[in-house]
Design a protein around this ligand. Structure first.
Ligand SMILES: Nc1nc2c(ncn2[C@@H]2O[C@H](COP(=O)(O)OP(=O)(O)OP(=O)(O)O)[C@@H](O)[C@H]2O)c(=O)[nH]1
Ligand SMILES: [Mg+2]
Length: 453
């Protein structure tokens, strides 16, 4: 980890906007900005959190840019240090030039995520909140974004800290039994200690309830669209994306390679993968494409197997079974129902089934219902307030594993062993919020830096 003594600077806004913000954080941020800031009031204590209009100017006056500067004195700033924001025009060249001015005046180019890391190291946010910031940036659906926003606001960290502090209290009782065995101190009854641990266990279990949702919302779901050539796979991909991503023609074998795109289906972040139609092909390129289709099917979390409702039904179902039998999460999708009589009954597939037409958009909402049910495993109406990540859940599991032993040992009045169990649980919980500053916590911060890159 780099030093916290220097002042860091970076362009903090994305590309393409009308305004660009250059952030400077560190004990010299005010001095650095003042050395390039001309016109209007000087930045300082009297102008804190006030937008000042002026100019960023190079020492030889060969470059100047009209800008707005705002001074956020520490510790009431994002990083907890003195911070300055320079709002300039949004072009990449102009914002780069202003950043170069700031760097030549003494700041160092910030590493990705370094502002958030400083906020964590200055105790402005806990580790779950820092993770939330990177999740806000990478969120692929509204539900994932809401989850990340709530995590950034500190809900998860607060719950974990409450559980941890209950256990710390129980631990202090156990240790005082150990340290002063002869004294008759005002100890809490053993049953009360066990009850406190049970209470902590149920809160941990409650957090773990939504771990599957957490994984889905963070990682997204791989949905593969597969089937014989010409059944309408690329047409369905385009329909679900809302724009023409893949080429559609009446010629079987149009798609030769997998086509992947991110999308949000019923608020679920998904990666949609269109594939080359599967058939016996004598063409080398097409065969390579079919190999990729089969590999995608193997890696899919959900397979939408498209069947042509206007073709030979038995043949369609036979090919599907050849490729997906034994697999879970296969949805059979009869397409082109506009080509068959309304009264026609399609044969049962033995799988979750939907009937659609990509030409007249029919059946699509019902298909989305089936996909949604298949993702969540139950009708999904409520949004979880917190949904833990894989890192959180493995630490919560670790804590949960240690606690029955603690209860058992308190019942046997084995204070030494109960303390060992409680220490293990407390340390695991501390790693979630970053209170336990062990090397793996620092690794986690590096990981966040990587995600924010
Ligand atoms: N009538 C009708 N035609 C459809 C429907 N869906 C797709 N088509 C047509 O079927 C043909 C093939 O569509 P594609 O989406 O290219 O099919 P594909 O499965 O991707 O085909 P390959 O890439 O060759 O494997 C095109 O002419 C589409 O317009 C539908 O619901 N009804
Ligand atoms: Mg295609």
């Amino acid at each position: 980890m780099k030093s916290m003594d220097d002042s860091i600077a970076a362009i903090s806004t994305g590309t393409g906007g009308a305004v660009s913000i250059i952030r400077i954080s560190g004990r010299n941020s005010l001095q650095i900005t003042d050395s390039i800031w001309k016109g209007g009031k000087k930045l300082g204590a009297s102008t804190r959190r006030t937008m000042l209009l002026g100019k960023c100017t190079s020492p030889d006056k060969s470059f100047f840019e009209q800008a707005i500067a705002v001074f956020f004195p520490g510790p009431s700033s994002y990083t907890g240090e003195d911070m300055v924001e320079l709002h300039c025009h949004g072009g990449p060249l102009v914002s780069r030039k202003v950043l170069e001015l700031v760097i030549s005046a003494g700041a160092r180019q910030a590493d990705p995520g370094e502002f958030t890391c400083r906020a964590f190291l200055n105790s402005k946010i806990d580790l779950t909140q820092a993770e939330g910031v990177s999740e806000i940036i990478s969120a692929q659906s509204t539900m994932a974004l809401n989850l990340a926003e709530r995590q950034t606001s500190g809900i998860l960290g607060k719950t974990v800290r409450e559980i941890r502090s209950t256990l710390v209290h129980v631990l202090s009782e156990c240790e005082s039994h150990l340290d002063f065995p002869e004294e008759n101190l005002d100890w809490a009854p053993d049953a009360q200690l066990c009850e406190n641990i049970d209470d902590a266990c149920s809160k941990i279990k409650n957090l773990l309830r939504y771990r599957a949702e957490g994984a889905i919302l963070r990682e997204g779901i791989r949905i593969v669209i597969a089937g014989k050539p010409n059944v309408g796979k690329s047409s369905l991909l385009n329909l679900l994306l809302g724009y023409d991503r893949a080429i559609v023609t009446p010629l079987p074998g149009t798609t030769r390679d997998t086509v992947e795109e991110h999308a949000s289906i019923r608020n679920i972040p998904v990666r949609l993968i269109d594939t080359a139609g599967i058939r016996e092909a004598d063409n080398l390129i097409e065969n390579k494409g079919i190999e990729r289709s089969l590999a995608s099917i193997r890696q899919a979390q959900i397979i939408l197997w498209l069947l042509d409702a206007s073709a030979d039904h038995a043949g369609e179902i036979r090919t599907m079974r050849e490729h997906v039998s034994g697999k879970e999460n296969v949805i059979a999708v009869w397409n082109k129902i506009d080509l068959i009589a309304k009264s026609a009954k399609l044969p049962a597939t033995g799988l979750e089934t939907a009937e659609i037409s990509t030409v007249n958009n029919s059946g699509i909402e019902l298909l989305l219902d089936v996909i949604e049910k298949s993702v969540w495993g139950y009708p999904h109406t409520d949004e979880p307030e917190t949904a833990v990540s894989i890192r959180h859940s493995s630490l919560l599991e670790e804590a949960l594993e240690a606690l029955p032993g603690a209860v058992e040992n308190i019942r046997c009045r084995n204070w030494e062993l109960s303390s060992v169990n409680l220490h293990a649980a407390i340390s695991a919980l501390g790693k979630i919020t970053g209170e336990d500053a062990s090397p793996d916590i620092l690794d986690e911060i590096v990981q966040i830096e990587f995600l924010l890159a």
